[in-house]
Design a protein around this ligand. Structure first.
Ligand code: AMP
Ligand code: GLY
Length: 424
């Protein structure tokens, strides 16, 4: 079986690592991949948004399945591109069509979808430049903190939470009128602040049935104690202690099932992963956001807990035969810590030699932003390496992860020392 995986982060290395363990003989290609993924398959230098390049590769290499890691190509319509091409149409794409990827691509669409299907989420209103005054009045009528969200994709930076009304009004104007996040903030969702603790739930769906994957918690802020600017994610743990059976049943009954049913009712062809960013408000789950893909670094903690043959699962999704399957979960805890470049999440350094990987024992090392040059692994992104360990409990998993994280070095390396701090 010939599989092409799109992406180049820690999520894709974790997926590639899992695919490489399948009982089904596979040739795995990763476009563009990183130094880590090249150990699980063959990297090909095609960017995830180069649809023409992907088309040519799929045809030449008789690819049997396309697995899409990041949101960008999905929101831009890679699945639709395949369906519209006679030579690609029969190649299954794991990832939704653009109309369904709007769950991530447009916050306003996601909110309207949730309202239509009675899915619990924060109350909201959406404004554009024509309704600037109304937006300012609406914000002024609310109590702090204020939550402003750019409608479109903004590389994880489009959400502003402000405790000051003055600042919120200024931000709102900058977003809507002055294109603070480019076209993405031409429309802005203003929503009610939900107090609580976050976690993420994931499902894989064939458009008809779905399977719930292990949940995870991500640590988005750069600084310890959840301080400083947001990042792509500095670490993750799975399972999440507060997401007990009662909570997870509420998530499935009130959020997951209505979402999958809602997509079906609306004729949206959703094949692939749905990521539910959740807030636990006094035991009740609310949706903070949908993503049309797996999370990063959540995947690095979720995938090692899945005992199924992953390729068999993907085939079942592609053939729309997921209903006969079940997820087999490792009961142990998985903890991931991300080693990042100096400067991240602002401008950061690249091209630093990464050493010490061979000293690691008892942990998995997933590359997040690396490149191979003359036989040497170099840093090539803000997030560079994810160190992941399984343990009998969270303390044990974190201890192993931190012991090994210390061994991997590159100039300016930084990692948070407190992943899991709020769950202990
Ligand atoms: P998002 O990009 O939608 O995940 O938002 C980024 C972060 O902002 C989330 O991870 C939450 O921590 C926070 N956030 C978003 N919406 C809300 C909300 N309505 N209430 C409280 N926090 C929120
Ligand atoms: N870790 C958050 C995300 O993947 O969006």
């Amino acid at each position: 079986m010939q599989i092409l995986l799109l992406g180049s982060g820690g999520r894709e290395h974790a997926l590639a690592w899992k695919i490489a363990q399948s009982r089904i003989p596979c040739n795995l290609f990763i476009a563009p991949g990183n130094a880590g993924t090249s150990r699980c398959g063959q990297n090909v230098p095609i960017s995830v948004n180069d649809f023409t390049g992907i088309r040519q590769f799929v045809i030449e290499h008789r690819i049997d399945m396309l697995l899409v890691g990041p949101e960008d190509p999905l929101v831009k319509g890679i699945h639709d591109f395949f369906l519209a091409d006679p030579l690609l149409r029969s190649t299954p794409v794991i990832g939704p069509v653009a109309a369904a990827a709007r769950l991530e691509g447009s916050k306003d669409f996601a909110k309207q979808f949730m309202v239509r299907h009675g899915i619990p989420t924060a109350a909201y209103q959406t404004f554009d430049a024509e309704r600037l005054e109304e937006g300012l009045n609406f914000i002024s009528s609310l109590n702090p903190p204020y939550v402003l969200k750019a409608d479109g994709l903004a590389a994880g930076k489009g959400v502003v939470i402000s405790h000051s009304r003055e600042e919120a009004l200024k931000e709102f104007t900058a977003m809507v009128r002055d294109a603070r996040f480019g076209q993405a903030s031409a429309r802005v969702v203003v929503e009610e602040f939900l107090p609580g603790i976050e976690c993420s739930s994931f499902v894989i769906t064939d458009g008809n049935s779905y399977l719930v994957l292990p949940e995870a918690k991500d640590y988005k802020k750069i600084g310890e104690g959840d301080t400083g600017p947001n990042t792509g994610g500095m670490g993750s743990v799975s399972p999440v202690p507060f997401a007990d059976k009662v909570f997870l049943k509420k998530v499935e009954d009130r959020i997951i099932r209505p979402t999958v049913e809602g997509l079906k009712q609306e004729g949206l062809n959703y094949i692939g992963f749905i990521f539910f960013g959740l807030m636990n408000v006094k035991g009740d789950p609310f949706v903070i956001e949908y993503n049309c893909r797996l999370g990063d670094p959540e995947t690095e903690s979720v995938i090692p807990r899945i005992k199924n043959d992953f390729v068999e699962l993907l085939i079942a999704v592609a053939e729309r035969k997921l209903s006969g399957q079940a997820i087999l979960t490792d009961p142990r805890t998985c903890a991931t810590v991300m080693l990042v470049s100096k400067g991240y999440p602002e401008a950061y350094e690249k091209g630093k030699p990464v050493t010490g990987e061979t000293e690691v024992n008892g942990s998995l090392v997933f590359h997040a932003g690396t490149a191979m040059k003359d036989g040497e692994v170099l840093s090539n992104g803000g997030r560079v390496i994810a160190v992941t360990s399984l343990g009998n409990n969270m303390m044990e998993a974190l201890e192993t992860t931190y012991r090994n994280a210390e061994k991997i070095e590159f100039e300016g390396r930084y990692f948070r020392k407190d992943i899991g701090f709020d769950l202990k």
